[in-house]
Write a protein that binds this ligand. Structure first.
Ligand code: NG1
Length: 394
């Protein structure tokens, strides 16, 4: 579903800022992950979908040294060029504002690749909530990669564009994320889930049964200090891999350890490392089962895997928080709910729920009502659909 209101806002701001109408408009979706959490950086499998919330970018090429961007959501402008980007500064040598690191990082990654990156005037805005596990940053990156591709006259396949966005986020913004977010935003297909092997980067689509809806529930808790905790989880997984390699010399990462092997060797690991690694090994096991279940239309058993995933993220990986647990616990008791769990990195943000389509509106209403009465917080609930990946609308 295209957000015509937002397109109108960015176009109006574009005209107010630059004096004419934008030549192009790009839409780049956020994503929700149905299964395979915290396994993208362990070479595992993930099962995300692009969603119908997106970043919209209005832009035109400009014959100037600097690109000038305006962000409607921040009501701010930034301006940078090939010369200022490496030092994360603007045309006037002041530091880039945080939101501008994403487009500037994309410019940096494209330049590193030797791709032409013509200057642009641009305005962008997003209806993907920030910091809620729906990959608003990846959607901004994918919007700018496609914008510069449009102006630069080069043409890369979606997965290559996703890898460039990930490089921008890892090496320029400084967030050590896996490939899942940019992949989903770049490669989304309507009404399909995407199954990605994060090692080989092979992927296929799996139909989402007609009779189910994806419902996203935002706890409104914004994660704090996440990157520190996220990096600690990554380090624990690497440490587990290193220790298990003493008995399993052929493994490259936790992806190569079966549940049986892990059970046999688990007591050789320090307790906290064991819990983290158990989540990863078992979660990869769950994603291996998911494909057959979904292809057979067995939503009930797929939903059971989602519920198990939440318990594992809560008790073993320890990335949940009280509000996420309240949201999931309520959801799992409501009519029509097949599965519910936290989605994304955790520590706040959203849950993802698979709900029988006919029950979805009542589910959303009741979930909001009960969550509010238990926490005093007013949640946002979206009934969403698997949508198309990044696209040029105009
Ligand atoms: P979110 O919560 O959307 O930021 C993060 C990582 C993903 C993945 C998930 C956990 C970032 C930007 N992305 O997602 O790569 O590791 O956590 O599965 O940190």
């Amino acid at each position: 579903m295209t957000n015509l209101n937002l397109i109108d806002r960015i176009s109006t701001m574009y005209r107010a800022t630059f004096g004419d109408l934008p030549a192009h408009i790009v839409r780049a979706p956020g994503r929700v992950n149905l299964l395979g959490e915290h396994v993208d950086y362990n070479d595992g499998f993930v099962l995300p979908a692009a969603i119908d919330r997106a970043t919209y970018l209005a832009f035109s090429s400009v014959n100037a040294r600097h690109s000038t961007l305006a962000a409607v959501d921040f009501d701010q402008q930034a301006s940078f060029s090939a010369d200022s980007v490496p030092t994360k500064t603007q045309a006037d040598s002041s530091p880039l504002p945080e939101w501008a690191l994403y487009p500037a990082g994309v410019m940096w990654a494209l330049m590193e690749e030797g791709l032409p990156v013509p200057s642009m005037n641009a305005v962008f805005g997003s209806d993907v909530p920030r910091g809620s596990g729906l990959s608003s940053s990846a959607s901004v990156e994918m919007a700018f990669v496609l914008a510069w591709q449009t102006l630069g006259g080069w043409n890369l396949p979606p997965l290559r564009r996703a890898l460039l966005g990930q490089k921008a986020e890892n090496r320029y913004v400084g967030v050590n994320c896996g490939i899942m977010d940019q992949f989903a935003s770049a490669c989304g297909v309507e009404n399909r889930l995407l199954l990605l092997d994060c090692r080989s980067l092979e992927w296929k689509t799996i139909p989402l049964p007609e009779a189910v809806s994806i419902v996203i529930a935002d706890t409104t808790i914004r994660r704090k200090l996440t990157s520190g905790e996220y990096n600690k989880r990554r380090a624990a997984c690497e440490e587990a891999g290193r220790l298990l390699k003493q008995d399993l010399p052929n493994i490259q990462s936790l992806r190569d350890v079966s549940v049986e092997q892990f059970n046999r060797l688990a007591d050789k690991l320090p307790p906290e490392i064991e819990k983290r690694a158990r989540h990863v090994v078992e979660e990869i096991g769950r994603t291996r089962q998911a494909k057959a279940l979904l292809e057979a239309g067995d939503v009930r058993n797929f939903g059971r895997l989602m519920n198990e995933c939440h318990v594992s993220l809560r008790d073993l990986y320890e990335v949940s928080c009280p509000e996420l647990n309240v949201m999931v616990n309520i959801a799992q008791t409501l009519e029509g709910c097949y599965g519910a769990r936290l989605t994304g990195a955790g520590f706040g943000g959203c849950t993802v729920n698979l709900v029988a389509r006919e029950h979805a509106p009542a589910f959303a209403q009741e979930l909001a009502r009960r969550y509010e009465s238990q926490t005093g917080l007013h949640p946002e609930i979206y009934i969403t659909r698997a949508s198309k990946g990044v696209e040029l609308l105009k």
